[in-house]
Design a protein around this ligand. Structure first.
Ligand code: BES
Ligand code: ZN
Length: 791
């Protein structure tokens, strides 16, 4: 699935073929000789020769079709010359697809927007993408105040596709599950996923295509922006999703978690070989990139942000840029609009976030008698830095004083201002020692009231307060007015308290008392933060004798919200927050909540005895399918497999493949693993990770998959080649289930493979670190944690 390759699908029992490209990052060179680097921009004249009854597509509109003189039934398709562009964005395809066209509504139908897929039967599933694409394009034209420069945009659903989607200029490619939305079958979450991915790829048409990073070390200028801009696009398309806040929280929680490992890296990462580039497409580039852009958006304000981006895009259009160019363009506008002090430029602030790995923990220590609070910063890590292998690294790390320019915003019980996210204090890179020697000795003045830092979670840092302030916060959360604290900050308090308890810097007694306020919490985001925190704990505890206590505690915790959201009852009017309802239901069934399991099994019975339409509510299907497999018989599994084979809906196929991994039956799991790698497999290579992921999440499946991995490493290596990153990411999946010495040993052996190390040493390190952390937690904190559940 890289370079210029063949994909296929079955139509009326015949296999049909199509050709398609995937060049990013370095595979244009596999299709034609070229200077295959992002700042060698050129114009391209593309001509494709193909059978006359097929379509040919490329970045630009077709100029003319000429029959081949000496080959009857064959045609040359010649395309118009492209704009100046890098090789990795070139794309072409020959296929027998059907297209659905729409002109963008504004701008005198300037842009012809067509969405393509196989077979007319899929038409219904394409409708959503056909509608939302042009709307997003229009929105971005307004947002950036720059027109989309090409006369057309094609979106193509490719049956075999390795990434989720690819932003080729004028010819975006998607995997089918990322573009298809089937009304009445797909869930609301699917709709959001489709919107998000289209919003992401369309944002690239400006960030990446019009202005390209000069070199891969600034990949975040592409991916971080596309990720952040997509949250704005989604919010605009459907405000009832609350996408801007929820996607931002999603990115923030992911970063606060992954960027705290020793094996993390800075956003801006030097690379010199083609192999290293693949490793940059990770959460640090995408999510941390998006997080720091949001942080900047919030401290310079919307006006300066928009004008600044316009300035940047105009200045570098059809060219390349480095991160310094972005800071320069934005600083100029921010100074003009007085949204940044004149003596400060963005580069000073932002370099501390892009060039250093990790993020800070801000400690707040209050002197209650003097009514003041002092803050200090240090890097937050889940465990102390391990010995880096290279000596030079080691010296560097030892000397290094991590320090960030943190936009500190705060509010307190009396000030109570959760609206202003502007920094309340001047930026400063205040290292740990300096803070306490600050001139007046006092940074923030307060009455006897709680204080919260990082209003609306604008910047990536954690906060640890003194015990007394934690106490005040817990009381506020448990009080009637808990909603006075912004919902994002409620999620933050949960995430911080639980993480500090995980590392031992705070006690579980404190964290769990804070979480007890959840009995009155109705909103999605705090629940999301809490349940995300319980997931790694669940994975460890379920292997121990303490599981029952944990299970009982969790069932009590979620019971009120389960009832409130009406559990597994269909919610056709969408009175409840859909994603929230699905989250709670999936936990309830996972914990064997009686009503949840029974409802799921009832739905399943209805489904297998139904002749016509699927009676399971789309938003509950993920939970129902998995629960049915977890509690069903071998024959249910067989039925699910057949449903998968006969399904024509990509989102359903995904759910079914995942559900098949939920069975606890060893023989079925054995068979399922083998099915992935069998010749003529009915599971496409692009879905292998999805399937393996679901098997590994299963306690029993984990052991089976691990054994298979150890015994058939060579086979797996061949299967995934050249996408070794996927193979290595399996190690991280495994490591999340590990918490014993023996497992750590196994992992050490697995990850020592030279083949893996060469491509993906970072994933290997990350996996080892994860297993070590789990092991340490089980030894040192499991009992403390369980003890707190009993009281
Ligand atoms: N440019 C990437 C596609 C890509 C990924 C190319 C990795 C080469 C290596 C595309 O814009 C992208 O980021 N796709 C995401 C989807 C997005 C919604 C996060 C993907 O494929 O997961
Ligand atoms: Zn992207």
């Amino acid at each position: 699935m890289s370079g210029y390759y063949v994909s296929s699908y079955v139509k009326k029992k015949a296999v049909k073929y199509l050709s398609i490209t995937q060049f990013e990052p370095t595979d244009a060179r596999a299709a034609f000789p070229c200077f295959d680097e992002p700042d060698f921009k050129a114009t391209f004249n593309i001509t494709l020769g193909h059978c006359s009854y097929l379509n040919a597509l490329s970045n630009m509109p077709l100029k003319e079709r000429i029959p081949m003189l000496k080959h009857e039934g064959w045609t040359w398709s010649m395309f118009e010359t492209t704009e100046l562009m890098p090789t990795y964005l070139v794309a072409f395809s020959v296929n027998d697809f059907q297209g659905y066209a729409k002109h963008t509504s504004c701008n005198q139908k300037r842009v012809k927007f067509t969405t393509w897929a196989r077979e007319a039967s899929i038409r219904e599933q394409l409708k959503y993408a056909t509608e939302i694409g042009p709307r997003l394009l229009n929105y971005y034209e307004q947002l950036f105040d720059i027109k989309y420069p090409l006369p057309k945009m094609d979106q193509l659903a490719v049956p075999d596709f390795s990434a989720g989607a690819m932003e080729n200029w004028g010819l975006i490619t998607y995997r089918e599950a990322a573009l298809f939305y089937a009304p009445d079958v797909s869930s609301e979450a699917d709709k959001q996923r489709v919107t998000n991915i289209i919003a992401h790829e369309l944002a690239h048409q400006w960030f990446g295509n019009l202005v390209t990073m000069s070199w891969w070390d600034d990949l975040w200028l592409n991916e971080g922006f596309a990720t952040y801009i997509a949250t704005l696009g989604m919010e605009k398309m459907c405000c009832k999703w609350n996408a801007y806040e929820e996607e931002s929280l999603d990115n923030m929680l992911a970063i606060l978690s992954t960027d705290a490992y020793c094996s993390t890296r800075p956003i801006h990462q030097p690379v010199t070989t083609a192999n290293q580039i693949g490793g940059l497409f990770d959460p640090i580039t995408y999510r941390k990139g998006a997080v720091i852009i949001r942080m900047m958006h919030m401290f310079i304000g919307d006006m300066a942000f928009r004008l600044g981006l316009n300035n940047y895009l105009e200045r570098h259009a059809y060219g390349n840029a480095k991160q310094e160019d972005l800071w320069q363009a934005l600083t100029q506008i921010a100074h003009d609009h007085s949204s940044l002090p004149k003596d400060l430029c963005l580069q000073t602030i932002m370099d501390s976030w892009t060039l250093q790995k990790g993020y800070p923990l801000i400690k707040v220590r209050r002197h209650y008698a003097n009514k003041c609070a002092v803050i200090s910063q240090s890097r937050f890590q889940l465990q102390p830095e391990q010995q880096p292998s290279a000596r030079q690294d080691q010296l560097f790390e030892q000397k290094r004083q991590y320090c960030w320019f943190v936009p500190i915003s705060y509010t307190s019980e009396l000030a109570h201002n959760f609206n202003s996210t502007a920094p309340s204090r001047k930026f400063g890179c205040v290292a740990r020692q300096k803070a306490s020697r600050c001139r007046c000795g006092c940074v923030i003045c307060l009455e006897n009231e709680w204080i919260i830092l990082n209003v609306q979670l604008t910047a990536p840092y954690r906060v640890d307060y003194d015990s007394c302030n934690w106490r005040l916060l817990i009381d506020a959360l448990k009080g009637l007015d808990f909603q006075q604290i912004h919902v994002l900050n409620r999620a933050q308090l949960i995430d911080d308290a639980m993480t500090l308890a995980w590392t031992g810097q705070r006690s579980y007694a404190l964290a769990l008392e804070l979480l007890s306020y959840l009995s009155q919490e109705r909103e999605y985001m705090p629940w999301r933060a809490a349940l995300d925190q319980f997931l790694p704990i669940y994975r460890i505890v379920r292997q121990t004798d303490q599981y029952e206590i944990f299970q009982k505690f969790m069932l009590c915790l979620i019971e009120p919200i389960y009832k409130q959201l009406e559990g597994m009852r269909e919610d056709s009017k969408q009175r409840h927050h859909v994603v929230h309802k699905t989250l709670i239901a999936s936990w309830a069934c996972r914990l064997q909540h009686a009503d949840c399991v029974k409802s799921a099994m009832d739905y399943w019975q209805q489904l297998i005895s139904a002749r016509a339409a699927n009676p399971v509510p789309p938003d509950l299907r993920a939970v129902v399918y998995c629960t049915a497999m977890r509690n069903g018989k071998a024959k249910d599994w067989q039925l699910m497999w057949e449903l998968y084979c006969n399904s024509t809906v990509a989102s359903e196929q995904r759910l079914m493949l995942q559900a098949l991994g939920c069975t606890p039956k060893e023989c079925l799991l054995q068979r399922y693993v083998q099915l992935i790698f069998s010749r003529k497999s009915l599971i496409r290579k692009q879905d292998a990770l999805l399937v393996l992921g679901s098997i590994i999440r299963n306690e029993i499946g984990y052991r089976i998959a691990k054994q298979y991995y150890m015994q058939h490493f060579q086979l797996l290596y061949k299967y995934f080649w050249p996408n070794i990153r996927e193979l290595a990411s399996l190690l991280v999946h495994f490591s999340q289930q590990m918490s014993t010495e023996q497992e750590l040993q196994q992992l050490t052996v697995l990850s020592s493979s030279r083949l893996l190390q060469r491509h993906t040493s970072r994933s290997c390190q990350r996996a080892l670190e994860q297993a070590e952390l789990n092991l340490a937690w089980r030894k040192e904190r499991l009992l403390q944690f369980i003890g707190c559940l009993n009281t």
